[in-house]
Design a protein around this ligand. Structure first.
Ligand SMILES: Cc1ncc(COP(=O)(O)O)c(C=O)c1O
Length: 448
């Protein structure tokens, strides 16, 4: 280390990797592993480079699912902050006692989150917990029963957040019943929606159809609008395929929500903290939600932490919700340092957006299986189809591209039914990004 290109010494999975993978399957719960998982056993990492147990070096275009936004193993300033804080205070029951570290983080988060209104924060350890808190805050503060969320969305796997999730049936198989009262509606996916509208050509038509769907098919046929507590959404659907809705969508959704006194709960667990070139992805759409959830990148790949930022007037009464590790002093210090570093990366992310946009758009022109390319900042999705006219999903080609890329030293992850997400650490240089995009094209070519 450091590296300037991937180095593949043995085709993955190499002999050592195969041994670890076999053992892993004997010992670790099977449900955590998708059959499509990469045969990648990572031993160490530096910057944007992952090194496996067979000493292969890969360029990372996954940020370990939008967690390691500052690269690997731990950003030196974060490592320094951790070491200093460890000798001062790591944990002292942040929900039973008080500590200055969580107060400082809450001050920071409430000051940078969109919305000119008073805000408060609840701290937890993961995305699903941040969303569980958002569910409880919505129900408690409105005293309403129902929720709306979008088809294709992913909000977590515990029973409340799972009920909002609608990206793959396997997440819910045999787990019925989850939390009752969630109604799923179509997301304004410009490329693939129930009405066959080309949402790139006709974004307003697509937005109107979704809003009409909610007002007519939900409020006039299923549940009264004044019993809906909140609409949950991801500003860009992540697990669902990195789907970017039309620019006007959330503004119009907010008008509809306000009309009926419904809260907007914005799940930024995957898209938040600089990934789109803004600290919060919803800032790209000019809307201030009532509740925002964060996790993944908030701990900079060093420590788990989740946060639920909400309008102050939605607060719960003492004892109504709490946990053990929320407000963990060490986690708070990491998140504060992380936000300071990320603020200085936003411009860089916006500059790299153009490179990704141009290179990926050119693939759409060149290759018959590249059906759609969409993204913002360093959050890009490429969807593979069998036929550009029918837009039939092509998961086989998608999986082949992921494997061809791995063989060449680029790590990618799938999403949606037949898409790939390209989400490198925000610290990636332009040169490294170009290497990754070149390998991506080679993999697409090889998969044809
Ligand atoms: C948008 C979104 N929300 C919630 C979650 C759940 O987060 P966690 O796995 O930390 O519970 C995820 C995880 O992928 C996510 O992408």
């Amino acid at each position: 280390m450091p590296y300037d290109r991937p180095v593949i010494r043995v085709e993955p999975p190499g002999p050592k990797a195969r041994e670890f993978i076999k053992k892993h399957h004997e010992l670790i719960m099977t449900s955590t592993h998708d059959p499509e998982n990469l045969p990648l056993v990572i031993e160490r990492a530096e910057g944007v480079w992952l090194v496996d147990v067979d000493n292969n070096v890969y360029l990372d275009f996954t940020s370990s699912i939008a967690v390691n936004n500052l690269g690997y193993p731990t950003h030196p300033e974060i490592a320094r902050a951790i070491n200093e804080q460890l000798s001062v205070l790591a944990h002292a029951a942040g929900t039973d006692f008080y500590n200055p570290y969580q107060i400082a983080l809450a001050e920071l988060l409430t000051s940078i989150a969109p919305g000119e209104f008073g805000k408060k924060v609840f701290f937890s350890n993961s995305g699903t917990e941040a969303n569980e808190a958002a569910i409880k805050i919505s129900r408690y503060s409105t005293n309403r029963k129902y929720f709306i969320s979008f088809i294709g969305s992913f909000h977590g796997r515990t029973m409340g957040s799972l009920s909002l999730t609608a990206s793959k049936p396997v997440h819910k198989k045999r787990f019925y019943m989850t939390m009752p009262g969630v109604i799923h509606v179509p997301f304004p996916n410009p490329y693939r929606n129930p009405w066959g509208i080309d949402g790139y050509e006709h974004p307003e038509e697509l937005v109107n159809r979704v809003l009409e769907y909610i007002e007519y098919w939900v409020f006039e046929h299923q549940v009264p609008a004044d019993e809906v507590a909140a609409i949950f959404f991801e500003p860009i659907q992540g697990e669902g395929g990195y789907v970017v809705p039309p620019k006007s969508f959330f503004g119009e959704l907010k008008k509809l929500a306000d009309k009926y006194g419904i809260l907007l709960a914005d799940d930024e667990v995957q898209m938040g903290l600089g990934r789109t070139g803004k600290m919060f992805a919803i800032e790209n759409f000019g809307v201030a939600p009532d509740i925002i959830t964060l996790a993944k990148a908030l701990g900079a790949g060093a420590i788990p932490i989740g946060a639920t930022i909400f309008r102050k007037d939605l607060d719960l009464e003492p004892g109504a919700h709490s946990n053990t590790f929320g407000g963990h002093a060490l986690a708070a210090v990491v998140a504060i340092k992380n936000i300071e570093i990320t603020k200085n990366l936003l411009q860089h992310v916006t500059e790299l957006e153009k490179l990704f946009c141009e290179r990926l758009a050119s693939l759409k022109e060149k290759y018959p299986s590249v059906g759609d390319v969409r993204g913002l900042g360093l959050a890009w999705g490429v969807e593979f189809v069998k036929n550009k006219k029918t837009r039939e999903h092509d998961p086989k080609t998608r999986n082949r591209v992921v494997y061809e890329a791995l063989k060449r030293g680029l790590v990618l992850l799938g999403c949606g039914k037949s898409s790939i997400r390209l989400i490198p650490p925000l610290t990636i240089t332009e040169e490294q990004a170009k290497i990754g995009l070149e390998i991506f094209e080679e993999a697409v070519k090889a998969a044809h």
